[in-house]
Structure formats: C-alpha cells, structure tokens
Design a binder for this molecule. Structure first.
Ligand SMILES: [Zn+2]
Length: 124
C-alpha cells in the first residue's frame, strides 16, 4: 500500500470501507488483487539479485505463495490484512505518543536556563 501523507493513512485506518475508498488500487476489474505480487501471480524469489542495469526484468519468477499464482485475494484476506495492519499502526501510534509525553514531562522539569544551555528553548 502506498500512502500519500499521514492524513491519508489516518483516514484509511478508520474502517475497512474507508481503507477501500482510499486505496482503490487494491481492486482491479471488481476483484481484490494480491498484495504480495500486485496481481501478477508471480514473484521473484528472495535469493535472486537484481541485475544492476536491467533490474528484475529478466529474473526468473515463481508462482506467488500468498495467492497460489492467481493474483487475487478474497475480501476476507484483505480484511485480515487490514485488521493486522491497523493493529500495528495503533500500537506504533501509542508508543510514539507515550514517548512524546515522556519527553514533554522531562522538559517541563527543566528551568529556562537549563533548556537554553541544552539548546532546547525552541522546542519547549
Ligand atoms: Zn500473489
């Protein structure tokens, strides 16, 4: 999935419907495409290195294990993927907020002179 900005990501995380609206590229011809192979049904194995000039254009490909080579996922698979992704996003968001709160709490204990000595007067 490609997110244009953080607002786009926040909107997408609201619900599965919002996620579908924001990420219309996961559907093609009314079907959900596989996220691992982008709907092609084949992938380049991990041990194959890209050619410095041609990239993976001429690399051998194998059937995608995530979709068994069909290139499609069911809506249920995307819902499970979305649920796991949202869970990881929320956990990361909470960890970031906790970290920011800790920094803010620590900075509140410093005097203005101490903040200036540390070069933090702009951020406080
Ligand atoms: Zn696939």
């Amino acid at each position: 999935m490609i997110y244009r900005d953080s607002d786009h990501l926040k909107r997408s995380m609201r619900s599965f419907t919002a996620f579908l609206v924001e990420n219309s590229q996961i559907m093609r011809d009314g079907k959900f495409i596989c996220d691992a192979c982008r709907g092609s049904g084949s992938v380049v194995p991990d041990h194959i290195q890209a050619d410095p000039v041609e990239g993976h254009k001429l690399s051998p490909r194998t059937a995608c294990s995530a979709c068994s080579g069909t290139g499609n996922w069911s809506e249920r698979q995307w819902r499970v993927y979305f649920k796991e992704f949202r869970h990881r996003y929320r956990a990361a968001e909470q960890a970031t907020n906790a970290s920011k709160l800790l920094v803010k709490k620590a900075l509140s204990k410093l005097t203005d002179d101490e903040k200036a000595a540390l070069g933090l007067e702009d951020r406080a």
